[in-house]
Design a protein. Sequence first.
Length: 332
Amino acid sequence: MRAYGFKSNGGPEVLEEIQVPTPRPGPGQVLIEVAYAGVNFAEVQHRRGEFGEPDGPGGYDVPGLEVSGTVAALGTGVTERAVGEQVAAYLPAFGGYAEFAVADADFVRPVGGLPMAVAAGVPCVYPTAYGVLTDAGRLREGETVLIHAAVGGVGSAAARIARTLGASRVLGTVGSATKTQPAAELGYDALFVREGFADAVREATAGRGVDLVLDPVGGPVRRASLEVLAPFGRVVVYGDLGRDADWTADVWDLWKNNRTVAGYNIGDVARRSPAAIGRYLSTALSALASGEPASVPPAVVPAADVVEVHRRHEAGRTQGKTVLAFAGPQVG
């Protein structure tokens, strides 16, 4: 089968089209003929070597954390899925940039009428968004949320979900002024350029600050996020896009100012509480299919253009979700 992978860590140029054997589903697994594969920043990190050196079949690793497609075969013990069913799946061990992918049945759910291209961008992004808001962030009705990397995949999803969970105001930061398009179009009350965001947030909240900050950036942004928390506010860490040096918080500062720092990692949740991923995936697919929150069409790019897609992601020149098309534009 055709896939896109890398044999050595490095820049986007290490990605290449390869031919690898079609995988077979093991016990409790589902084989999916991939229509679309979502693109996430974690796959950039995977390719750069932040998760280790390639060790897949033939020495290649195939990125890809989420796909949509059609069930092609079932492993023993799988009874809740059917061959021919259109599904979306989360792939914690990667492998989505391929014509076929194997997923644990716990992480596979029917798309429920959602367009396949949209569904491909759900399995990693939306469970992460639900998890950072509810499990780690403990969002309560009437609270104000600040989302860094606001127009990225998780940020865009979290903004819309926060509204459905009762947030009173949703603010966001972006890396450059070119991304501060009308905030309402993206589900935000206001968007700020990330550099110097703390003063803008204090002004927007009349000095009170925010109740919850979602931070995948790290470094100075993470430190400044603590300073804009309202009493009993929380910063939830779920990434390190800035690749800054390790960051530490003073426990006395947290104690004396009623602040909390929490973490969320979808890979750890998948290992230790797989049912939670399946539950959030089902919730997200059903909600999007019903129109609440409204789904946003992704940028659909031919899988053969994966090098340029990674180049744009690494440079921060993307907005919203991008998916790679494997089955052609007629699908979904």
